[in-house]
Design a protein around this ligand. Structure first.
Ligand code: MG
Ligand code: ZN
Length: 220
């Protein structure tokens, strides 16, 4: 009926092939890589900043930031915090693709990096469909967004390996039922690893750092 569906499938499988290349390169270099996804404003850059500040003395960190424009504020924040950072202008695209990550890798000092944090474009619809070669896909939710997000964006919540709930310091001020949120996550993705934290106050961050230390150990 329409040629659109086969074309889209071809593009996605080409992306998967590049994602496999990216993964092979990361594994060859012993780099553990995380793909961070979230809606705009959930705290991707803040979590990266806090993570780099806390761990840079023990783990060398690289960062790739995808945004829909040339504005490199997020990569600059991460660079200032102490991570070797690359900004990717997706040229208006609402997600990162594996080829963009592959190109960004060539601009990073891979021999000196053990942990690579990828900040995807802020968007809860499509980034999950585009594999990047990361070892772990993380979704950051935040309390002001509401506890209904797992119910409204099931594909994102079902596809990730870890969920981080940020801005728990705002719980007294926003309509957010943690139980409802976590039940929604659990129904889509049973046994999923979850973290509750606040990048602003620091509450809960230690657990996240401990998990990263474990994951980014040289001999994993
Ligand atoms: Mg950001
Ligand atoms: Zn997209």
């Amino acid at each position: 009926m329409s040629a659109t569906v086969p074309v889209v499938e071809r593009v996605l499988s080409a992306n998967d092939a590049v994602a496999a290349e990216v993964r092979a390169r990361l594994d060859e270099k012993g780099i553990f890589c995380i793909n961070l996804m979230a809606s705009p404003g959930a705290g991707k850059t803040s979590l990266i900043e806090r993570t780099v500040e806390a761990l840079k003395g023990e783990i060398a960190i690289g960062m790739i930031n995808g945004d829909t424009s040339a504005a490199a504020f997020d990569a600059e924040r991460s660079q200032r915090a102490g991570a070797a950072s690359v900004h990717v202008n997706t040229g208006g695209k609402c997600h990162l693709e594996a080829a963009m990550v592959r190109d960004a890798l060539s601009l990073l000092p891979l021999d000196g990096i053990r942990l690579l944090l990828i900040e995807n474009v802020g968007n809860l619809v499509c980034p999950m469909s585009w594999k990047l070669g990361a070892h772990v896909n993380v979704l950051i939710g935040s309390t002001p967004e509401g506890d209904d997000k797992p119910y409204k964006y099931p594909k994102m919540y079902a596809g990730v390996d870890v969920v981080v709930l940020n801005k728990i310091d705002l719980l007294p001020y926003v309509e957010f039922d943690c139980g409802r949120f976590l039940r929604g996550v659990e129904a889509l993705n049973p046994g999923l690893r979850t973290f509750r934290l606040s990048c602003r106050t620091g509450e809960g961050l230690e657990e996240w750092f401990a998990w990263l230390r474990e994951k980014a150990r040289p001999a994993r």
